[in-house]
Design a protein around this ligand. Structure first.
Ligand SMILES: NC(=O)c1ccc[n+]([C@@H]2O[C@H](COP(=O)([O-])OP(=O)(O)OC[C@H]3O[C@@H](n4cnc5c(N)ncnc54)[C@H](OP(=O)(O)O)[C@@H]3O)[C@@H](O)[C@H]2O)c1
Length: 168
């Protein structure tokens, strides 16, 4: 299972239920990588999307403890157990954990590959991704050339988890 996030210098991912910055090339890469695949997100992240609508052309699975919460075009699951049952029908490599903080923290141990856009700037933030460079099981496997968007510098990084848990 994959996990995908854009983080700042301090591994921050969001503020006031919004992204810190929108970098067109990063958003394009996210859409390309997840096209036709499965994205897993928390209710807050779904509600932060334009018109609070699921992402088109992919299977959207949303975590919420609210049993009456329903979203057209998305499957709502109410626990990790229910999520893992739902995911059994897909190849693990086709599943992308797409945030936010609470969902990243719970599912990180079950992921083998992390696609991290690392932005070299410190934003005001209230949501964070776990600091992969401080977790011994996560190793940096690939990095890109420096990318730029106006005066921002950022990198596409890939980390691998050497001891991920199975949810099957
Ligand atoms: N930079 C990035 O790449 C990126 C990507 C995605 C999101 N974000 C940012 O992350 C922030 C949102 O993160 P967040 O932690 O506040 O919210 P979140 O993880 O998106 O959603 C949290 C909600 O998900 C549900 N949930 C989580 N775990 C559950 C479980 N085990 N069982 C049942 N329901 C569960 C709960 O919904 P209920 O309250 O309905 O029970 C919970 O309140 C925003 O700022 C967003 O922009 C950043």
């Amino acid at each position: 299972m994959n996990i995908i996030a854009a983080v700042d210098r301090n591994w921050a991912i969001g503020n006031k239920n919004a992204l810190l910055v929108k970098i067109p090339r990063d958003q394009k890469l996210f859409l390309e990588m997840t096209q036709g695949k499965v994205v897993v997100m928390g209710r807050n992240t779904l509600e932060s999307l334009p018109q609070k609508q699921p992402l088109k052309n992919r299977v959207n699975i949303v975590l919420s403890s609210d049993k009456v919460y329903a979203v057209k075009g998305a499957t709502v699951v109410h626990s990790l157990e229910e999520l893992f049952l739902e995911l059994k029908q897909y190849e693990s490599e086709d599943v992308f954990v797409a945030g936010g903080e609470t969902v990243y923290r719970q599912l990180l141990p079950y992921c083998d590959t992390a696609h991290i856009t690392k932005i070299d700037y410190a934003y005001e933030a209230d949501a964070y991704f776990p600091r992969l460079d401080e977790l011994p099981e996560w190793e940096l496997a690939a990095d890109s050339e420096e990318q730029t968007y106006f005066d921002l510098e950022y990198y596409f990084l890939q980390y691998q988890n050497t001891s991920h848990k199975s949810f099957l």
